[in-house]
Design a binder for this molecule. Structure first.
Ligand code: HEM
Length: 433
């Protein structure tokens, strides 16, 4: 016998809008404590069902994934990403994923480790000149963007004439306001200030991608050349895929690295243990497949940082047909939200969930689906190995050269499309003895 999903209606008309907007990150946790692992949280005209149980998450992302499309939570992203891999659906998504995925397979990804090593070297050299505490948000973005420029386009960052971090950051902010009431009901064709600004920013990215496409060396090994060499990809599709890779790939990794460095600068004992680990084993690009075992604590600290601060903090889906999750009836058209930020803090699966403790990742997890920084099922992040290699390479370089400290007591968060630090983080460095 199917149950109804418990409903937490809140106030009349506005329902939970005000408390939710005031505390986007933690408000659903308060309701979960009252209603359990599945509940509906009406937010005026949008009434998503939150699913916290590993069985429910597995059902949506894996077992019955065919019944779920990305849904309305991704509509605003479609404005800028079009039919790129992240927002595409159905057969068109399947064909793109099949064409692009081999690019991120193990033996191919090895070509990128050299790029990651080179740019990490540059970062360490620049940081060696620092004498005062400095902000790390921008350097993290420059690092991941420099790596992305070479791996995705085969060009050096200095050959890109526009300020991509600034544009992507503004698009990120505009996109999130588009998902909120009442803007989510204004079609994109209506020239509001937001829409015109988004079009302008998109046109800058498009022009840049067009000029890169024209000058791209098709024999060179990079994502753009691969797409240009695939006859089934139209010009528009190539544009959408490239923008998707920029938006999905560079800022998420920069933020994950920002949070990891801040956490390690705060937790100097753990930082010291990782330093011993990395000094004992210099980075060998040819054995990158073994890095997880060569540097267990470094790897675990990245995993733990993404548990506390998952850059992709919310995953949304829409039910194509009626379904049942954890015995509850899910009507066709329901919006499902997997609140990664809070799933990573679920007290049934995480002891002392607010504490930074990388050692929890040194043994197998109690429940695999309680940890999903890269999502899960067929739509799992295609760049997850790329991102992990990038972070291990950069952090190995940084930690084997410097010890890090910070005065920052509390990392404040801005839950935009990606989970972003609200203010910059300052660290001070000492060359290791
Ligand atoms: C720490 C860094 C990263 C995080 C936390 C992250 C997280 C995620 C998550 C959670 C998804 C699934 C979204 C969903 O199911 O709705 C996803 C998808 C995706 N990610 Fe990542 N990502 C990261 C880095 C990257 C990188 C480096 C790239 C590119 C090289 C990339 C490209 C993509 C693409 C194209 C998709 C869509 C895949 C599909 O639907 O087929 N990501 N990412």
């Amino acid at each position: 016998m199917q149950k109804k999903v418990p409903l937490y209606s809140g106030w009349p008309i506005l329902n939970n809008v005000i408390p939710f907007l005031k505390d986007l990150l933690y408000y659903p946790q308060k309701i979960q404590k009252k209603c359990g692992d599945i509940f509906q949280l009406p937010l005026s005209l949008f009434s998503p069902i939150f699913v916290f149980s590993p069985s429910g998450i597995r059902h949506v992302l894996e077992k019955n994934h065919k019944n779920y499309k990305k849904g309305s939570t991704y509509d605003a992203l479609k404005i800028s990403l079009g039919k790129g891999l992240l927002t595409n659906e159905g057969e068109s998504w399947k064909a793109s994923r099949k064409a692009i995925q081999p690019y991120f397979f193990d033996d191919v990804i090895t070509r990128f480790v050299d790029i990651m090593m080179r740019h990490s070297d540059v970062l360490v050299k620049e940081w060696s000149k620092k004498t005062e505490p400095f902000a790390i948000n921008r350097p993290m973005k420059t690092l991941t963007l420099s790596i992305a420029s070479e791996a995705f386009f085969g060009v050096h960052l200095k050959d890109i004439s526009i300020d991509i971090p600034k544009i992507v950051d503004e698009l990120n902010r505009l996109t999130i306001t588009e998902t909120r009431f009442p803007r989510n009901f204004i079609p994109y064709v209506i020239p509001t200030f937001n829409h015109l600004r988004m079009r302008y920013l998109m046109s800058q990215l498009n022009t840049q991608i067009d000029s890169l496409s024209k000058s791209s060396d098709l024999d060179n090994y990079n994502l753009l050349a691969l797409l240009l060499n695939t006859p089934s990809f139209s010009k528009q599709q190539i544009r959408d895929e490239i923008i998707t890779f920029l938006v999905a790939g560079y800022e998420t990794t920069a933020n994950a690295m920002f949070f990891t460095i801040m956490l390690l600068a705060k937790h100097t004992k753990i930082q010291g243990d990782i330093r011993d680990e990395v000094l004992a084993q210099p980075l060998d690009p040819s054995s990158y497949k073994e890095w997880k075992h060569t540097y267990p604590l470094l790897y675990a600290s990245i995993q733990e940082s993404m548990r506390l601060y998952p850059p992709a903090w919310l995953i949304g889906r829409e039910a194509l047909e009626d379904d049942t999750i954890d015995g509850c009836h899910i009507p066709k058209g329901s919006d499902i939200l997997l609140d990664v930020f809070l799933i990573h803090r679920h007290p049934d699966y995480w002891e002392d969930p607010e504490t930074f403790d990388p050692t929890r990742f040194l043994t197998p997890l109690k429940e695999k689906m309680s940890y999903l920084p890269f999502g899960g099922g067929p739509r799992v992040c295609v760049g997850q190995h790329f991102a992990m290699l990038e972070m291990v390479t950069a952090l190995h370089h940084i930690l084997s050269t410097f010890s890090l400290e910070t005065d920052c007591v509390d990392i404040k968060l801005d839950p935009l499309v990606t989970l972003t630090p609200k203010s910059d983080g300052f660290i001070s460095l000492k060359m290791k003895d």
